[in-house]
Design a protein around this ligand. Structure first.
Ligand code: M6R
Length: 614
């Protein structure tokens, strides 16, 4: 997550960029920078740290000019310092770019650019774009005239693999060229002025006429307007939307609640989690972790709440794929149970906020015992990250809704990557198995997008409304999806206040079966798996006691649909990655149950987003 702003028109570009960046600071605040075109060329100012640092610098020496681009950074490649801050300029300073996203093949591109004489200043993946576009621009120069900037951007993007929202400007042109794939960009249309931003709130003070750019769009902004093409150069038409949102609605991206917005952000959040880390052509898993994956004999996973359930999925994945013994603890218990820890233990703490006091204290306990420590964390610079040996950031972006959604799927994505990383180091998977899993993991953003298709969402809403007045709910799942059932139950409790229990399906007969009667909805995760037949036997046990069965089935499974009162179909996925796809349906089921009951899903009673008391 980073924030981008662009402006061309008659106002002070500095004012527009700085006010827009202030609205986007939630997307990252490792550094900020602007590039503004004046009569002499393009002036770049950038500073590590919060936007206030850049503000103070500009206060002393404001930049004149009416065309500019600005950035607030959440670092992925390279330390958050002045040099790695955006914008990035070519050596002659004539071309300047800003990039949000991750260029997966940047090392290969960088090596060939360096071999051709380019000199890099930063450690970022983004800087390759400046040099690559510069080269392409030179190819578009005919007889010493000015080149075609949009063509150069298009040609460069043809060589890039990854996610990007980019904005580019060049001294020869009074225009801004922008393009996106995965990373969001919205264009604001004014009278004789044009705007760009990563999110709507940055533009609301200036215009309500907006164009939401699609993946693969390339746009040229000038004082007179804009033109859009695809990456093959074909003209594209996009509607201009009139945005009537107030400031609060704008922050929710037009969704009714942060929770719903965050549920729908999952494909992008997952892309950011996985991007640049899994390489299915080579089988490599590059997590940028200094710890030696071959040096642990056991793993201890520690977390709270939803993060704990991500840990349970992690346990399953690591034991299955990397064959290392794993134990998972609720942090508040770990701390006081005098755990057996040694130097060959890897303690993995999982936390969205990085501030949960139970998890933080458990981390300290693990360190006291001599464990090496790794965090799976969302919030940069949080307390845990300062005490961990290493951190694997999940890059899910800010999560405002108290009920965790996108952080959960990104945490499970991170645990999957860790399992693959450990498996590779320990040689526990054949080349073919590893490739299959990497392929399945990389398909996740697309599958989650599919899980959020309007007709599926509508179906889940119908089911939620049908059972919204139930007093209790039971959630069942097996194997890698047993934690999915636990998370489904927690989500429902948190936001609808309906009592819900989550159980491993095979455990139901050992007690919870006593709860079943004709009033009890039982949600069973019964997607394709080697344990599906056993799960269906448990479904029969529910039916025999007149329970209401809501089955989560893989697309096309009509045979098992006969055992259900209601079916929710989800996209087919590899069993090992299925918890990420399946949980989306349960998030929506909770969401629509809570809204049917008129509950405030973003601020459920008695809960806090970050729990910093024991
Ligand atoms: O910030 P953390 O991930 O450490 O938070 C842990 C739990 O407090 C959190 O997951 C909580 O259970 C959420 N409300 C779940 O939706």
């Amino acid at each position: 997550m980073c924030g981008i702003v662009g402006y061309i028109g008659t106002r002070s570009a500095q004012d527009v960029l700085m006010s827009g960046l202030a609205k986007l600071e939630y997307r990252g605040y490792d550094s900020a920078g602007v590039a503004i075109m004046d009569g002499q060329g393009i002036q770049v100012r950038k500073k590590a740290g919060k936007l206030a640092n850049l503000s103070s610098e500009l206060e002393g020496a404001p930049l004149p000019g009416t065309l500019g681009i600005g950035h607030t950074r959440w670092a992925t490649h390279g330390l958050p310092n002045d040099t790695n801050a955006h914008p990035h300029a070519t050596e002659d300073g004539r071309l300047v770019i800003i990039h949000n996203g991750i260029i997966e093949n940047y090392l290969t591109l960088k090596a060939s650019l360096v071999a051709r004489g380019h000199v890099f200043k930063s450690e970022t993946d983004s800087e390759v774009l400046a040099h690559l576009i510069e080269e392409k621009y030179e190819q578009t120069l005919v007889g010493g005239q000015v080149g075609k900037l949009s063509e150069a951007v298009r040609l460069a993007l043809g060589e890039v693999r990854g996610a990007y929202g980019i904005v580019v400007t060049h001294v020869d042109h009074r225009e801004i060229v922008a393009a996106r794939t995965v990373s969001p960009l919205v264009m604001g249309v004014g009278q004789g002025e044009m705007f760009l931003a990563s999110d709507v709130p940055a533009l609301l003070p200036y215009t309500r006429q907006m164009v939401f750019l699609h993946d693969g769009d390339l746009v040229v902004l000038s004082d007179d307007g804009f033109s859009i093409t695809d990456l093959a150069g074909n003209a594209v038409t996009r509607e201009i939307d009139q945005i009537d949102w107030d400031a609060e609605a704008a922050e929710k991206g037009g969704y009714d609640t942060y929770m719903l917005k965050e549920i729908f952000e999952q494909p992008v959040a997952l892309t950011n989690t996985l991007m640049g880390r899994l390489h299915d052509e080579t089988g490599e898993v590059n997590l940028d972790i200094g710890l030696d994956p071959g040096s642990f004999k056991r793993i201890s996973i520690i977390a709270c709440g939803t993060a704990y359930y991500a840990g349970l999925v992690g346990e399953y994945l690591i034991e299955q794929l990397a064959r290392i013994p794993v134990e998972v603890d609720v942090a508040s218990e770990y701390r006081y149970r005098n755990p057996l820890v040694s130097g060959d233990t890897l303690a993995i703490v999982i936390s969205q906020s990085g501030e949960t006091i139970d998890t933080l204290e458990a981390l300290r306990e693990a360190k006291r015992g001599g464990a090496r420590t790794l965090g799976v964390i969302n919030a940069k610079g949080s307390s845990m990250t300062r005490e961990l040996d290493d951190t694997l950031y999940i890059h899910a972006g800010p999560e405002i809704g108290v009920a965790s959604t996108k952080a959960y799927t990104s945490m499970v994505g991170a645990m999957l990557m860790l399992a693959l990383w450990l498996a590779r180091a320990r040689g526990t998977q054949s080349e073919a198995q590893a490739r299959e899993l990497l392929h399945a993991a990389r398909a996740l953003p697309r599958l989650v997008e599919e899980a959020l298709a309007p007709e599926r969402v509508e179906r889940i809403k119908q089911v939620a409304e049908k059972y919204a007045h139930a007093r209790d709910y039971l959630f069942l799942g097996r194997g890698v999806n047993a934690p999915t059932a636990l998370e489904g139950a927690l989500k429902l409790k948190e936001i609808s206040y309906i009592h819900a229990e989550g159980y491993a399906a095979g455990e139901m007969k050992h007690g919870p079966i006593a709860l079943i009667d004709a009033q009890l909805p039982v949600v069973v995760v019964a997607t394709e798996s080697r344990l599906l037949e056993k799960t269906i036997s448990n479904v029969q046990e529910v039916r025999a006691r007149a329970g209401k069965v809501i089955l989560l089935l893989s697309d096309g499974d009509t045979e098992n649909a006969q055992h259900a009162d209601d079916v929710i179909y989800v996209p087919r996925s590899h069993e090992m990655v299925s918890p990420i796809v399946n949980v989306v349906a349960l998030q929506l089921l909770s969401y629509f149950t809570a809204t049917a009951l008129g509950k405030d899903v973003d601020k459920p009673r008695n809960l806090a987003k970050s729990v910093t008391v024991e």
